[in-house]
Design a protein around this ligand. Structure first.
Ligand SMILES: Cc1cc2nc3c(=O)[nH]c(=O)nc-3n(C[C@H](O)[C@H](O)[C@H](O)COP(=O)(O)O)c2cc1C
Length: 217
């Protein structure tokens, strides 16, 4: 994997890894079908992949305790948020997938990402990422925009495709019939691999000390 200084020897390229986060409770549903298509292209390009499945167990929302100001992990330890942070630490890039629920991402995914990015943001910082969303019919761009906010506040180069990363279907069988959606996913995988390889050995930009203002002071 790429070091925190952005360095990676050319022979290590094949060891770069993308974490595929499936935010759907259906571990092999429509979102997964889209992620698999991205994964196939990543693997062809020599990039390793790993899944984080959100599953069906309860996920806590952030309780704004700010314990993570003094830690790299979330103080709520009864769900898998800290597992996600630890997997992110070992990953060079990310694809976040979600079904569309009422024109937004799945609530459980937002709950875990609020905490993973707030507590463990350094595990995602400046690493390439992309979002894919799966819907039956509508609301996909709103969900897509919402999830991209996590990436953009973390200075993650956002990987794009030939269209917004949306796939349509209410079942995996229907999803596989969205041929354009599947092609968008393959193009995304190819572009993610291209960006990862291009960024290997490229030093990351230095950061200015943060200037935090609340508009009034
Ligand atoms: C609670 C809920 C809300 C949904 N809201 C929408 C919606 O706003 N727009 C839409 O097109 N599909 C909606 N759907 C359908 C799913 O987004 C769609 O079936 C998706 O592809 C399922 O992906 P999955 O199999 O990975 O869970 C909703 C499904 C559920 C369970």
């Amino acid at each position: 994997m790429i070091g925190t200084d952005g360095t990676l020897g050319p022979s290590e390229e094949a060891r770069m890894k993308v974490l595929l986060v499936n935010g759907s409770p259906h571990t092999e549903g429509c979102t997964y079908t889209a992620l698999r298509e991205v994964e196939g292209r990543l693997n062809v390009e020599g990039i390793a992949t790993e899944y984080f499945q959100i599953g069906t167990k309860p996920v806590y929302g952030c309780i704004a305790c700010h314990s993570c100001n003094n830690s790299d992990y979330c103080a709520l330890t009864e769900d898998r948020c800290n597992d996600l942070i630890k997997m992110a630490e070992q990953s060079d890039g990310f694809i976040f997938g979600s079904p569309v629920y009422y024109s937004g991402p799945n609530g459980a995914l937002c709950a875990i990402l609020d905490r993973a990015f707030y507590a463990g943001g350094r595990a995602f910082f400046q690493k390439p990422g992309a979002v894919v969303v799966s819907c039956r019919r509508g609301g996909a761009t709103a969900a897509f925009d919402r999830l991209n906010k996590y990436l953009m506040i973390s200075q993650m180069p956002v990987v794009s495709s030939q269209y917004w990363n949306i796939i349509h279907g209410n079942s995996p069988e229907e999803t596989r019939q969205d041929l354009e959606g599947l092609q968008i996913m393959r193009t995304l995988g190819k572009n993610m691999a291209w960006l990862l390889k291009s960024l290997a050995n490229s030093p990351r930009p230095e950061q200015e000390p943060w200037i935090g203002t609340n508009f009034i002071r």
